[in-house]
Design a binder for this molecule. Structure first.
Ligand SMILES: [Zn+2]
Length: 417
């Protein structure tokens, strides 16, 4: 296959992905605006809440369509223009050692792509989310978040790049196996390190004070034979009124993290339902399965990187002078998205199955009505799309829609009686 064929294939694939995403978004935009509410949802939204949910969902969808169109068009223009090849040739002339040259090139490409995302982040945070009453962040917090993210990216990215180059130097044709094993290990390690060292850089975590809620959570965990290593309230309201809850850590003694917004919006029984749902993910081994799948995905990705490395047409397609490691990584970054877009609905389907199982687990633990009420309140507070288009939710939704979840909980309750 010639370089120009590879480029044409890439452009067609990326164009088709964008076109399909826009078709789905348009269908969902219309559905969010005017499709009748599912029977089970209609009872829980008054007309003001319905109008807000419809309006906010449409605003987010329109913004997302604009962002992905502009971003894709700019990326494709850069790919066709040969700018990447010229930049690489320019850096070759500096006479740097291969690692430093690669680092400089990758840092330039990443910086350019961050700059491209900057106006969208600003608009989303300070116009869209603020207009709909969600964003509470200050410009200072936004800026600090960006700088911390940049610092963290450098602290992690530079050693990881050095490690990858070291495997490529030392391990011959098996470098991708070693690299995949090492990166998988690091990924698991990071999930342990994250709650203790990284999350506190961005948020404050306070132990949940003694009282009714804390006692009830420990009772629930004991009843479900689940060991809790601590319950923390996170100041999510510093940035947004959206709410959430999660567990972190591996093995025994997991940390429970509740957003302060969630504690403010839900009653005790509903918070318990949310936690029972999260415990359900753990008990049904969803987290373990997801880890195994992401390790397998790492091996596949590094194998693809290995195959790509010895395919000259892939470099020529993006105007690189010849094979080099930094070119390899950028080509991989360009093609991996369009090449795996068709996997999106498979992962969505898999994730939704887990969500149904966790809901059923929680409904058994705390009762169907408490679980249903928690889901209704969370969706209402977040102004989630009350009537998503079935094709859009099939493709993208990692969680079933509210109507689907409520019906499944009702059905399970009916069977238990
Ligand atoms: Zn879940």
């Amino acid at each position: 296959m010639s370089a120009s064929t590879v480029l044409s294939l890439y452009l067609v694939l990326a164009g088709l992905d964008l076109a399909w995403a826009l078709v789905l978004t348009l269908l969902n935009y219309r559905s969010a605006g005017s499709a009748p509410l599912p029977r089970r949802v209609a009872a829980d939204l008054d007309s003001g809440q319905e109008a807000k949910a419809r309006g906010y969902s449409r605003a987010r969808l329109a913004f997302g369509a604009l962002e992905s169109s502009v971003t894709t068009l700019i990326v494709l223009t850069v790919a066709v223009s040969g700018a990447l090849g010229s930049l690489q040739a320019g850096y070759l002339g500096l006479g740097l050692a291969p690692f430093w040259r690669g680092l400089l090139f990758l840092a330039t490409v990443l910086a350019a792509s961050s700059l491209l995302g900057l106006p969208f982040s600003l608009w989303s945070t300070f116009r869209l989310e603020r207009r709909w009453g969600f964003s509470t962040t200050t410009f200072r917090t936004w800026l600090l978040d960006g700088l911390k993210g940049l610092g963290l990216g450098a602290c992690l990215g530079v050693p990881l790049l050095a490690l990858l180059y070291a495997f490529m130097d030392a391990a011959g044709g098996a470098w991708w196996l070693w690299a995949a094993a090492a990166f998988s290990g690091i990924q698991v390690l990071l999930s342990v390190v994250y709650p203790v060292f990284i999350a506190p850089l961005f948020n404050k975590f306070a132990a949940l004070p003694e009282g009714e809620l804390r006692d009830a959570i420990y009772d629930l965990a004991r009843g479900l034979d689940f060991s809790v290593g601590g319950i923390y309230v996170m100041d999510g309201s510093r940035r947004s009124r959206h709410s959430n809850a999660y567990f972190t850590g591996l093995g025994k003694g997991k940390r429970v993290v509740l957003y302060d917004t969630l504690v403010a919006q839900l009653g005790t029984q509903e918070v318990l339902a949310v936690l029972a749902h999260e415990i359900g993910h753990e008990k049904r081994r969803h987290i373990l399965k997801a880890t195994v799948v992401s390790v397998i995905a790492s091996f596949v990705a590094f194998w693809a990187l290995f195959l790509l490395a010895s395919w000259p047409a892939a470099y020529g397609a993006f105007a690189f002078q010849g094979p080099s490691r930094e070119a390899l990584l950028v080509v991989f970054g360009l093609v991996s998205g369009p090449a795996t877009f068709f996997l999106t609905p498979l992962f969505s389907l898999w994730s939704r199955r887990h969500e149904y199982e966790a809901d059923a687990f929680a409904a058994r633990a705390v009762g169907g009505p408490a679980m249903a009420q928690a889901l209704v309140k969370i969706d209402r507070e977040n102004a989630s799309n009350p009537s998503p288009h079935p094709l859009y939710s099939f493709w993208y939704y990692s969680h079933p829609s509210l109507g689907e979840r409520l019906e499944a909980i009702d059905r399970a309750g009916g069977q238990a009686d």
